[in-house]
Design a binder for this molecule. Structure first.
Ligand code: GDD
Ligand code: MN
Length: 368
């Protein structure tokens, strides 16, 4: 029997799901390495590519024509690491699925050891940088190190089982576990593992395998401030028991960042000698505009406005915020007149304004 026929006949035990965005130089090398390290294991690789401009999908499909264990899901009109991982896992019919990055930063040689843990009965195996034998946070810039430390502490509060590396994008899990919770998982950002470990109905049995996070050779990282904010919003959503909608949390976080923009602009304007009233007006307009643009990129990324719609949306947003300011001042004054403390009145007014702006923006500016 030829080798290809043998491959075709063996149903996979392990599906390696590989999310990719602009990784054309890395995917063929990863496939070659999997072929080496997974010898003797019935495996397949599913690359989930978000229509990368560099043609990663075409390169992957070319590979697939030579090796039936390679498949490519090309998603169009969508972006999101977590969503890509979920889709890849759900496309598998193997009992075990692994997720790993396409960029060769994850050490593929530990895959057999991870699979051994699953075979021995574990539900979830995490490749961890933060246990003995792992790279810890070496090689990370101080800011990335601080962010990953904060992420670790906050994540610990929502997980069903402790994980030393909850933001790892490298793990293996029984597929049946994912099938059950898939509709509950968030599809944006880099939070897939934490989300799984928080959403499983019962405490999973977990094993961790150390690895050294490698340097990236081709392409560049997509982890930026937007991804970090997305993660923070997700944690707050989970910590609130899912009561506060994720979108409102982003809206409020963006609003809070707008206060900083406002104060910075006010400071600069006053420095130019402009009268306070005018300085305050300019600061308000600038802050509303930046809020609008950031909300358009993050909070309402699924209904993102472009071109002339962006301009119309901005004008509508100004109008919504003006009404929101009335609601804010109205509620605050009413409470204050009823002898509520100044800070409570102010806070309630701000909250009222935020809720109004959020509801009106969702209904009028970014209609979905
Ligand atoms: N399909 C898809 N869609 N794939 C994506 C997207 C997306 O929107 N964004 C990133 N990817 C792919 C990349 O092509 C890569 O294969 C993998 O997801 C990880 O992205 P990187 O941009 O290389 O992330 P990193 O190396 O900076 O981040 C590492 O640390 C994070 C936090 O600890 C990775 O290990 C992450 O998995 C991890 O969450
Ligand atoms: Mn990477």
């Amino acid at each position: 029997m030829s080798e290809t026929a043998a491959i075709l006949l063996a149903p996979a035990e392990l599906t390696v799901v590989v999310p990719s965005f602009n990784e054309r130089d890395n995917v063929p090398e990863l496939a070659a390495r999997l072929n080496r390290v997974l010898a003797g294991i019935a495996w397949e690789m599913i690359v989930v590519d978000d229509d990368s401009p560099d043609g990663t999908s075409a390169v992957t499909k070319e590979l697939a024509r030579r090796d039936p264990r390679v498949r490519c899901i090309r998603r169009v009109g969508r972006r999101g690491l977590a969503g890509a991982c979920i889709e890849g896992m759900l496309a598998s019919s193997a009992p075990v699925v692994a997720v790993m990055d396409a960029d060769l930063q994850h050490d593929e040689t530990i895959l057999p050891a991870m699979l051994d843990h699953i075979r021995a009965g574990r539900d979830l195996v995490v490749a961890s940088r933060n246990i003995d034998g792992g790279s810890k946070d070496e090689g990370l810039t101080p800011i990335r190190r601080a962010i990953s430390d904060l992420g670790r502490r906050l994540s610990a509060m929502i997980l069903k089982a402790p994980l030393s590396d909850p933001m790892s994008g490298f793990f293996m899990v029984r597929r049946e576990l994912i099938e059950g919770i898939a509709p509950k998982l968030a599809t944006s950002g880099f939070k897939i593992l934490a989300d799984i470990a928080a959403s499983v109905p019962t405490t999973p049995s977990v094993a961790e395998v150390p690895y050294v996070f490698r340097e990236r050779v081709h392409g560049e990282s997509k982890l930026d401030a937007k991804v970090a904010l997305d993660y923070l919003g997700f944690l707050i959503h989970k910590l609130s028991g899912g009561i506060v909608p994720l979108r409102f949390i982003f809206f409020a976080l963006v609003g809070a960042s707008g206060v900083l923009v406002h104060l910075a602009v006010l400071y600069v304007m006053l420095g130019t000698g402009l009268r306070f009233e005018w300085s305050q007006t300019v600061a308000t307009l600038v802050a509303m505009t930046t809020n609008f643009l950031i909300n358009n990129e993050i909070t309402y990324r699924d209904a993102r406005l472009r071109g002339t719609k962006l301009l119309v949306g901005l004008l509508l947003f100004y109008a919504v915020c003006s009404l929101g300011a009335f609601a804010n001042v109205g509620v605050a004054s009413w409470l204050y007149a009823g002898h509520a403390a100044w800070w409570l009145s102010g806070l309630a007014g701000a909250l009222m304004g935020a809720v109004f702006n959020y509801a009106a923006s969702s209904a009028l500016v970014w209609r979905r």
